[in-house]
Write a protein that binds this ligand. Structure first.
Ligand SMILES: [Zn+2]
Length: 897
């Protein structure tokens, strides 16, 4: 190993995994898989680290997997000099691919690639294709170029790449391996296997084969046997089969070979780098190739029996499931006869004949189930086996998650795996148990996440079929999960469907100007909140809370258009939010828990009379705990620890209403309040709003990726700026409430974070900051005043109660100290005097927050009014009123006076 690299890797292994030098080895490293300190590796060549617990764990990692960052920026680590014009390419071939430079030098050159669209460049390793052009591999952070990792120049159809100086016509070439990639080909060459690269899996090298055949015939030499060894996976396997039969038709002796599939999925180059490309591996690969190209279920069964000598074998052939069984008693008898009477047969021949007389082969399903992995939700302790089902007559496979109960019994399995008409499963209980055991032994485990958005255990954003971690974008693999470093994760269900355009080159910026023209600083403030909501969980971790945003405005004031547009930035279409008043507790709980680090919009739908009735059952105050991320509704699912699973609230709450939220001061101080109105609406703004509505989601949904990929810089900016705005808003005249200061400083910090990812002008930012100052002051004032309903109530009260000696509404005996009002009485008197009365339920809710006269409680009061009345009655005769009355009691005089 190159001394600098050796030094770097040894240092990291010692630091990160606690490896200790021990002679020729580094030992006592902590295994990333089983966490025992039994990892070891070579001290001079620490390419692969292995777990010493061979049977119990057996994990092994190439340092490339552990430290991808060392193996990605070749030009930076190995600058080109006049002495070393191919320094980066050489390092890539040696350290990145594990090749011996003495063997491969001169086969390639270092060149460069530039993408004009992305305005990005990289060094390449270029292999000439003589008479055609070249093939080159991008080597500096190739992920920046999306799907493009390599470039072809020239028409290579029908041709292969063969190593310069390799003599394919030589007499001793009896076998020729044809693989997909150049690096796979070079790997095999390192192990004395003559091979060429077809460059892509679907390129049948007809011209090169013909030329080789003619050249060898001219020399009077036999044709070599062809070994087709494309990559694993559907395409590679299909073409391997096709090319074997096509080349056989062309007169070649042809077989197939396959690199290992299943748990250890490595290509030829990776096998080489892990010292696994030995004769045993080659033999196994040829066996896998023979199974792949078997022409009947019978042939395949025979191959497997000969290899394993198992007397029961199940296998898939052409997307059907077969069961092969040898009757051991019959087999034994047949062998006895063969040993006695056919003395000239070899052992293999005897075994085969005896088997032919004693076996049964049955189709047990007319489809092929494959257990891909075990998926579990650690939080809720739910588990499933995830199956893929292939069908013989259709290309579409179906994927299905079965609980362990559904998978374990043949009857249950039969009824649950049924996913197509005419699909039959006839395995009996014994057969099913046997297969389940094999399917699930040491099966891969995938972690299931509950909610769309951010998962704090994995520190990863998952949006349906895209995921983001540490600034990198990941897509779902073929088996529908994300492989992110050592993690395998997926989403449980897509309760929230996001359609995000992952091509960030298509992310438009025009909408920012449009948003500004439509909504000015209010639009930018709401956008900043929206951006902040993508980091709500991280913010709550830092500051314990995340503000609620309230957008208030009459119908038509544009708040719905704004919110629907902001949703399209996250790939959610035709959606604004849900009406909490119309939802049951369970539905609200579901809505609150299905997303994380995404907004949750509560809106006012078209409410009917019945809804207005229900509204009395919904209290804004019940949402208070969401502010600091506590859940409102416990779901009571037991996990294995027997604790009730209490989901946290990880979203960001937005309330969009026609009228502002009426609630207690404790709720009000959690809210950032922005009002929308029609006062500035003109024909021109209407056109602009239409234009905003017409923005295509494909052009803007990349926003959510761009934002979450910039997590690091956004969080750094946030932390730095929030401190600044906290001090600033606290210094504003009249702003005292701690929550008001915190909420508005958080929002202001996110305005600055917007500038990290979007081109927003200085003036726009400044105007938005002044607006946020303004609403902070306004909120503080609102907290100090009574709610409009309460203010009106006291005005009506003053008017009705009168200033004379005989109070009409205050039942209190000591009226200079207390006000005691019976609300029914209040309503009766108010209607006598034709006074407006607010809805009683609403009034009761708000009166408790009264500041003009502080609410004391609901009490039974010895009524001064009734006592005066009764005194009069006793003189004049007539019905008396009860001495005591149930009253709402408030302090008097008011603290303000
Ligand atoms: Zn281990």
């Amino acid at each position: 190993m190159n001394p600098r690299l050796l030094n770097d890797i040894t240092h990291r292994l010692e630091n990160d995994y606690g490896f200790k030098p021990d002679g020729e080895y580094l030992r006592k490293g902590e295994c990333p898989s089983c966490h025992k300190r039994e990892m070891y590796t070579s001290a001079d060549e620490p390419w692969v680290i292995r777990c010493g617990r061979l049977n119990k764990c057996g994990a092994e990692y190439h340092v490339k997997e552990l430290y991808p960052e060392i193996f990605t920026n070749w030009s930076e680590r190995h600058p080109v000099t006049t002495e070393e014009p191919h320094a980066a390419a050489d390092a890539y071939m040696r350290d990145g691919r594990g090749f011996d430079l003495a063997k491969v030098s001169g086969w390639y050159t270092q060149e460069s690639y530039y993408s004009p669209e992305l305005k990005l460049g990289s060094a390449t390793v270029r292999f000439p294709l003589p008479g055609i052009g070249y093939w080159e591999r991008i080597i500096d952070k190739p992920e920046r170029f999306g799907k493009r990792k390599a470039t072809f120049r020239g028409d290579y159809k029908g041709c292969w790449w063969s190593a310069p100086g390799l003599d394919l016509e030589a007499d001793d070439v009896t076998e020729l391996w044809i693989v997909e990639g150049i690096f796979d080909c070079i790997a095999l060459l390192h192990h004395g296997i003559t091979s060429v690269s077809a460059l892509t899996c679907n390129n049948y090298p007809a011209k090169s084969l013909l030329a080789l055949a003619q050249a060898r015939q001219a020399l009077g030499r036999k044709l070599p046997k062809l070994v087709w060894a494309m990559d694993t996976g559907k395409a590679g396997e299909d073409y391997t089969r096709k090319f074997v039969s096509r080349s056989r038709e062309d007169g070649w002796e042809s077989v197939a070979a396959q690199p290992p599939t299943g748990k250890l999925k490595l290509d030829w180059n990776e096998l080489h780098q892990r010292n696994k490309l030995d004769s045993k591996m080659i033999e196994e690969s040829l066996y896998r190739g023979s199974l792949l190209t078997a022409i009947s279920a019978h042939e395949k069964a025979l191959l497997m029996f000969n290899k394993t000598a198992w007397n029961t074998i199940y296998f898939g052939f052409e997307s059907r499931l077969y069961w092969f069984e040898v009757n051991l008693e019959k087999y034994g008898k047949a062998m006895e006869v063969l040993v006695d009477s056919f003395k000239d047969l070899t052992d293999d021949e005897r075994r085969e004949r005896a088997m032919m007389e004693s076996h049964t082969l049955r189709e047990i399903a007319n489809f092929l189930p494959t257990a891909l992995y075990f998926q579990e939700n650690k939080l809720t302790d739910e588990q499933w086996y995830f199956f893929r089902v292939d069908f013989p007559h259709s290309g579409e496979s179906v994927k299905k998650a079965l609980t362990p109960q559904q998978a374990s019994k043949s009857v249950e399995f039969k009824s649950n795996i049924f996913c197509a008409p005419g699909a039959y499963y006839t395995a009996n209980a014994t057969q099913h148990d046997f297969m389940m055991k094999r399917w699930t032994e040491g099966i891969k485990v995938v972690e299931v996440l509950d909610s769309v958005g951010y998962s704090s255990t994995t520190q990863c954003y998952v949006f349906g079929d895209l995921a983001v971690k540490n600034g990198k974008l990941y897509t779902l693999n073929e088996e529908e999960y994300f492989e992110i470093g050592k993690m395998s994760i997926k989403l449980k269900a897509r309760a929230v469907e996001l359609n995000i355009n992952s091509d960030l080159n298509q992310l438009s910026r025009d909408w920012i100007e449009l948003l500004w023209q439509c909504y000015r600083y209010k639009g930018i403030a709401v956008l900043a909140f929206w951006l902040g909501s993508l980091f709500a969980k991280q913010i709550r971790k830092k500051h314990k809370s995340f503000p609620f945003l309230e957008c208030v405005g009459e119908p038509g004031s544009g708040k719905s258009t704004l919110i629907e547009f902001l949703w399209s930035l996250c790939g959610r279409s035709d959606y604004e939010g849900f009406d909490p008043v119309k939802s049951s507790n369970a539905a609200r709980a579901r809505n609150f828990s299905q997303v994380s680090n995404l907004p949750i919009v509560l809106m006012e739908g078209d409410r009917t009379e019945e809804d207005r009735f229900k509204q009395r059952g919904f209290d804004w105050d019940e949402l208070k705990p969401l502010f600091d991320g506590r859940s409102v509704y416990s779901r009571g699912i037991k996990n294995s620890g027997n604790e009730t699973y209490e989901p946290t609230f990880d979203g960001a709450l937005i309330i969009s209403q026609n009228a502002e939220v009426k609630a207690s001061p404790a709720m009000m101080e959690r809210i950032v309040h922005i009002e929308f109105d029609k006062s500035s609406h003109t024909n021109e703004t209407k056109d602009l709003a239409d234009a905003l509505r017409d923005v295509s989601m494909d052009d803007v949904s990349g926003f959510v990726l761009k934002a979450t990929m910039a997590e690091k810089s956004i969080m750094e900016t946030y932390i730095e700026r929030q401190k600044h705005y906290y001090q600033h808003i606290r210094s504003l005249k009249g702003v005292r409430n701690g929550r008001v200061i915190l909420n508005h400083s958080q929002l202001s910090a996110f305005v600055d974070c917007l500038a990290c990812i979007l081109p927003i002008g200085k003036r726009e930012l400044e105007e938005t900051h002044s607006f946020i100052e303004y609403i902070a002051v306004e909120r503080q004032q609102a907290l100090e005043e009574d709610h409009r309903i309460v203010q009106e109530f006291w005005e009506t009260y003053e008017f009705l109660n009168g200033n004379d000696e005989t109070p009409r509404l205050n039942h209190a005996r000591k009226e200079e100290l207390q006000i005691a009002i019976n609300l029914n009485h209040f309503v009766a008197v108010a209607s006598d005097f034709r006074q407006q009365i607010p809805e009683l339920g609403e009034l009761k809710k708000m009166l408790k927050t009264s500041r003009t006269h502080k609410f004391v409680g609901i009490k039974t009061v010895n009524s001064a009014i009734n006592s005066a009345w009764n005194a009069r009655r006793r003189n004049e005769g007539g019905d008396e009123k009860p001495a005591t009355v149930k009253c709402w009691v408030f302090e008097n005089p008011s603290p303000k006076k």
